[in-house]
Design a protein around this ligand. Sequence first.
Ligand code: GDP
Length: 354
Amino acid sequence: MRRPLPTIEQFVQGIRSGNRVVLGQAITLVESARPDHQALAQEIIALLLQSTDHQSPIHQSPILQSLRIAVTGAPGVGKSTFIEALGTLLTGQGQSVAVLAIDPTSSVSKGSILGDKTRMERLSASELAFIRPSPSGESLGGVARKTRETILLVEAAGYDTVIIETVGVGQSEIAAHSMTDVFLLLLLPGAGDELQGIKRGIVEMADILAVNKADGDRVKLANQARAFYLNATHLLPPAPSGWTPKVLACSAEQGTGIAEIWQTIREYRDFTLANGYLHENRRQQAGYWLREALQAGLHTAFFSNPAVREKWAAVEPEVLAGKMSPFAAAEMVLGVFVKNRSVEGKFGHDSGLY
Ligand code: GDP
């Protein structure tokens, strides 16, 4: 970090007053692998959570500061274009929007799916929008956790809507689902899901499906896709939220259908606020992330423990030679960890959990 680091108080005050430079610096701490940065990030988040105004009038809800929306779909379906259109609609209404991303491919920076194009230029020019590219990391678990923590920071900075964009190539959708209130799946006109490279499980997670690129001579194909998905969603088992998935069409490029999608997102929010699902889901998500953080912390503490590494190196040749069972050897190494667990382990982010 080139700039000198603000003090903790400056961080907390800066974020709470919506200072984007300070917010960006705090996110950089969250994303950093350095243990001292990590410790500082945790302190900042803890202070922010303590002092966050839990009576936000916007959502008329005791624990809901913002609405968290996952936007996913196959590469090229128009996610960036859609987020720009939706974000512009919201900022036009005076609402603030933060756009974060989960792109596990960003660890191999050259091959990054989201990172290598100039994205959302119009939206990023708005004072009310905060756009942050995906953190990088060695594992999806590490990337996702950083994004999960960044949500807390942007919410503390007062953003009304947090959009999580994923690359739509597999596991990143599941990670996004585990940290958002509403899951929006973008689809292409014409084709069924097998043809779009979308796994059935992803369709099942969607609260709202939107066929994008419903413009020009694709309108007819878009309507066909809409009918197809409407039928497909009718065949799905009922969602735990009690909500019936809605299937819409839009053109992110021309801006048509975007207001209807926003309206549907609001309906979803109101529906799940009224039946308690929204809060229950957030509680469960918090529990899930606690477990993930414990697993990641244990994983890192275990594998960075010198006594463990030594014992492991000692027993491995025996196991490879067939002289010791892998399970007995694992017990021995675990035993060494239990005895030496006071050795400080780094609770890093990239523990390869996924
Ligand atoms: P992403 O990979 O899912 O983020 O997709 P992009 O937003 O980068 O869009 C991929 C391509 O589709 C770009 O060339 C966009 O201009 C185009 N595109 C996006 N939305 C629409 C739309 O609503 N209609 C049409 N015709 N093209 C679109």
